[in-house]
Each structure stands twice: as C-alpha cells, then as structure tokens.
Design a protein around this ligand. Sequence first.
Ligand code: AHG
Ligand code: MN
Ligand code: MN
Length: 343
Amino acid sequence: MDQGTTLTQFIIEEQRRIPGATGDFTSLLNDILTACKKISCAVNRGGLIGILGSAETENVQGETQKKLDIISNDVMIEALDWTGHLAGMASEEMDDPLPIPDMYPKGKYLILFDPLDGSSNIDVNLSVGTIFSVLRCPEGVENPSVEDFLQPGTEQVCAGYALYGPSTMLVLTTGHGVNGFTLDRSIGEFILSHPDMKVPETTREFAINMSNQRFWPAPIKRYVDECLAGEHGAHNKNYNMRWVASMVAEVHRILTRGGIFMYPADSRPGSENGKLRLMYEANPMSFIIEQAGGASHTGRQRIMDVKPEGLHQRVPVILGSREEVEVVVGYHGDGKDGGREVA
Ligand code: AHG
Ligand code: MN
Ligand code: MN
C-alpha cells in the first residue's frame, strides 16, 4: 500500500537536488517539525492539562501572553538551541534575540518565529499556528546581533507554518513552490497531502477585521466599500467575508481557495503600521504566498522588499489572490488619497 511521502523523505529528496548540500538545513527542518508536533500535542490537550488561559505577563509589544504562548516558545527553544544548526533565534515572545548557549556548537542559520499565532483563539478552541522564517547568518558572525537578523524577506532560505486545526498541517517553501503536509498521528509523521499549492488569481472573498473600519486609510475603505456593494459596485461581483483572527488560518484558507487578507495601517495610536510583525509574520507568509503565485504588499511596497529596522517592527499587510491585491495597491496611488506613507 502507498503510505505517501513523509515530510522527512520530501526534504531529503529536495536536498539531493542541491549540489554540495551538507544536510544541515534538512536536519534543522526536522528539528522544527519535532517542535511543531510537540506544540500540536500541547494545543490539543489544552484544557485537559490546565494550560489554557492567560499567563498574566506581557510580551515586548505589550500584549498579554497566554500560557500556551510561553509554552510554545519554550518548546521551540528546547527543540532548536542544542542542534548545532543555528547561530541564533528570535521570537515574538522574546525582547531580544536568544544566543545559542556556549555549551552547544553554533550553525550557519538564524530562525525567527511566532510560536503561537492567533493565540486569542486558544481558549475558544479555534485554529492557531506556528510561523517560522529561516535566514542565513552573515558570513563570519559567531554571535549574531539584532542587525544580523534584520534582513529583508527576499533573503529567506525557508518559511513555513504549522496549522493546529481539525488536522495539524505543515506548509513549507524553500523557494521552489509551496507544499502542504498533514500530520498522521497514528505514525507521528507529516505526509505530503497538498503538493504544489497555488493561490487562485481571482477571488470573491475578503478577510479584514471590520470593527476597525472607522480607523482605516482611504484606499482600504474604498476597496472594502466596493466589495460590500457587490455586483452593483465597481467590482461587479458579490463577495463573501471571513475573519478568523489567526493569520495562519487565513493564509491557509487563501492558499486553498483564494481570497485577500488585509491588516492595514490605521489611525489608532500604535497602529500606524498595522498590527502584524514584519520579521515573523509578514515576511514568512509573503514568501509562501508569492511562491504559490499570489502577491503580498504594504500598499506602497512589496513586503519582502521592506528593509527591516527593528526585530519587532510592524507592517501593513495586503496579501492573497494576485488580481485583487493589485486592485488595492492601485488605490494607494500617489499617496494623496489618504493612504499612509508607511514602510
Ligand atoms: P498573535 O496571536 O501571534 O499575537 O497574532 C495574532 C494576529 C494575527 O494572527 C491575526 O490576523 C491578528 O492578530 C488578529 O488581530 P485582531 O484581533 O486585531 O483582529
Ligand atoms: Mn501572530
Ligand atoms: Mn503569537
């Protein structure tokens, strides 16, 4: 019986196509997978082992952390710090990059991650995920500083996310398309279930937190008003709307059936550049969406071209089906229409 291609087999076969590959990167990916399986177990058992709810601490962005935010962060660190493949790690839940402890060998990669994305959904048993982005550590750097992490999204070696939904899935790109794997719990392996994922070019589905409408810049207001006007509006078609409040879940839906996702800049204090973080949310998701044929933009600039200025920097995000993203970007025009000068 054909048991399917395991993710381990898939990445080893990919490695064989790269002349001179040492297997370091393949091992790193395997260690990331192990961490995601552990987080999946913790998320799955949640209420049974008393790990739902708030930890009553705040992260560097002033957001209240859930117990599972901290547990997932710890799982990532424990799974990755000893491996010898990394020179440093950075996370949404840590103020500064975490150096590799002296007792372990150092490797040539850097990883940035959002250990638990959409964690406001955890207590209501909706989908959450883990997002990661892998960069090369600059040549000759032993102890990377923040600046060494501040590389544009175009420099990513790999990006992926785990989705802890009805099934646990792992979706991955190394710059050669996007592939999706489903965790078969009976054997503990991710199996290739969604080869060569593609974002449909057109869509009739948008995702945005409508409760912020009064704070949006003009181009976003205009686009959403036109969607709401349906077939009698400028787009001549009726739209559907979804908002899960979990970027992993929204991106996964868009990879599966198309759509446009927006978290724009808005006029609330602290939201001048939106909410999502460039380094461990916007960049990895942009790499995945572009590799699947979609587009990802701030409205002013391709997200992966943004020159990072801070580890926890936020960025407006407009991503998904190419044609629709281009319409919204077009509305940003020359900046005289209320679109913010950001990024
Ligand atoms: P996180 O749980 O890692 O802080 O990320 C949540 C993010 C993102 O996943 C989601 O799209 C967005 O925040 C939802 O924000 P609102 O609650 O403002 O809708
Ligand atoms: Mn997040
Ligand atoms: Mn998070």
